[in-house]
Design a protein around this ligand. Structure first.
Ligand SMILES: C[S@@+](CC[C@H](N)C(=O)[O-])C[C@H]1O[C@@H](n2cnc3c(N)ncnc32)[C@H](O)[C@@H]1O
Length: 449
């Protein structure tokens, strides 16, 4: 049987993710272009590859049950073809014969002809039971967070971290909703850079940010304001994080602002637009040269473009004590708040990542506090709700710097957002995909003495 172009592209993406360290959200658009897929085939390739990567933990349990062996004992080339087949059988309205036959053909095309009988047998076994029957088998004997993790295709440690973050605001009952939101592709949100573009030029208004528009569909890069750099693709939570810093209080002309860890430059672009309107001057810093290049590209729409420094933020803070009126520290983090955008990310991240990130975040916070002038404002932001990266970091930095004060960030956001965010009373603000339609951004404004 011939293989449809969409399945060939989806299979290539799965192999590149599992065989190398490709990111599906970066690779898929170029593979779609190379294969000249029609819009319908592009949508199918996206649904197949994103679905198979997201649901991998669940589908692998099904494959192991149907194959009678752990997935680690299955050739990776064969396993990826099975994953695509299982996703179609359990999660998509694809006729069983097409799902099975095309997946078996992928096994042949991958040079694993001797495994075609095995692949055919596994997929036929899967196709003989309904999705509900498989669900009952996969979840049998599980309870608590392990049950939620298996059902929603998340690693258990991630579910536990989400539970802890929700419990901190008495909302642990929302956990299933949050996990479900991670498995739905987000709407593409756009930002109109203030003073350079209007949201109405882009599409319908956004959900929570005053400078957002919903993408009208199709390739956003084709919209003239985006092509010219006056507007960008940006999650609305990220927009609110940047605006929390720029709109927390009136801008005094001549203020110096710093985006300490700026790559690839999304928030820097919004801050630069806000700074320009208020008469402030933004500088940016980024460790990785290629990412500093992306920041420069994001800022080239401004005349003159903001200065972009290249180097370690910890050293930068030490070398510029007391110089800045406002600093954004959008810290490197686990990214657990953006899993809906990066389908394979949940399986790649490890609890051990925290062991490196938490001390780095603390050092970056200290550096930012050093660089802050008297009365200066610091926005500590992560796209993760993990307590160790959020509330615990804030409590620790307040302990280390007695003059530093937590600003009531939900109150600031209430004056910015286009609708009531319903944030609980707390100095920090945690946004959630299931409640706000944004990534799970954490935002804490801090004020120097
Ligand atoms: C969460 S991202 C920032 C995203 C950015 N604010 C945006 O909206 O596009 C964190 C950035 O910090 C950078 N980074 C990591 N360690 C750093 C360090 N020691 N000094 C400066 N930048 C660092 C990473 O390379 C990454 O680009």
């Amino acid at each position: 049987m011939s293989i449809s172009p969409a399945r060939r592209v989806a299979y290539g993406v799965l192999r590149a993710v599992h065989d190398g360290d490709a990111y599906a959200n970066l690779l898929l658009p170029s593979r779609i272009r190379q294969a000249r897929l029609s819009p319908a085939d592009a949508a199918l390739a996206t649904e197949l590859s994103y679905g198979a990567l997201r649901m991998q933990g669940y589908d692998d349990r099904v494959i192991a049950l149907a194959a009678g062996r752990p997935v680690e004992k299955i050739d990776p080339e064969v396993l990826d073809a099975l994953r695509l087949g299982v996703r179609q059988l359990l999660g998509m309205r694809v006729p069983a014969h097409a799902a099975v036959d095309e997946s078996v053909s992928l096994v042949t095309a991958a040079g694993r002809k001797r495994a075609t009988g095995f692949a055919n047998g596994v997929l036929r076994t899967v196709s003989r039971s309904t999705p509900d029957q498989w669900r009952a088998r996969v979840l049998a004997g599980l309870d608590g967070d392990e049950l939620l993790a298996a059902e929603s295709a998340h690693p258990t440690w991630v579910v536990e971290a989400f539970r802890a973050a929700l419990a901190a605001e008495d909302a642990a009952a929302e956990l299933p909703e949050l996990l479900a939101a991670d498995n739905v592709a987000p709407r593409v949100a756009l930002v109109a850079l203030p003073g350079l573009a209007e949201p109405a030029e882009l599409g319908a208004p956004g959900g929570v940010s005053p400078v957002a528009a919903a993408s009208p569909g199709g390739d956003p890069a084709a919209l003239p304001p985006i092509a010219s750099g006056r507007a960008r693709v940006q999650d609305e939570g990220s927009q609110l994080a940047a605006l929390a810093l720029s709109r927390a209080r009136p801008i005094s002309p001549g203020e110096r602002w710093l985006d300490l860890c700026a790559g690839p430059g999304g928030k820097a672009a919004l801050l630069a637009a806000e700074a320009r309107l208020g008469g402030a001057v933004l500088e940016a810093n980024e460790l990785i040269p290629a990412r500093a290049g992306l920041v420069r590209r994001a800022l080239e729409v401004f005349d003159p473009p903001p200065v972009v420094h290249e180097g370690d933020a910890v050293a930068f803070g030490r070398d510029h004590p007391g110089e800045y009126d406002r600093i954004l520290l959008d810290a490197p983090c686990t990214g657990l708040g953006a899993l809906r955008r990066r389908p394979e990310a949940r399986w790649r991240k490890q609890p051990s990542d925290l062991a490196e990130l938490v001390p780095l975040q603390a050092a970056l916070l200290d550096a930012a506090v050093v660089a802050l002038g008297p009365g200066g404002l610091l926005a500590y932001v992560t796209c993760s709700p993990h307590p160790a990266e959020t509330r615990e970091q804030v409590a620790a930095v307040l302990g280390r710097h007695p003059g530093l004060r937590a600003v009531d960030t939900p109150a600031v956001l209430a004056g910015i957002a286009t609708r009531d965010l319903g944030l609980p009373a707390s100095p920090s603000a945690q946004l959630w995909p299931h409640r706000h339609g944004t990534d799970a951004m954490f935002i804490q404004l801090l004020r120097a003495a």
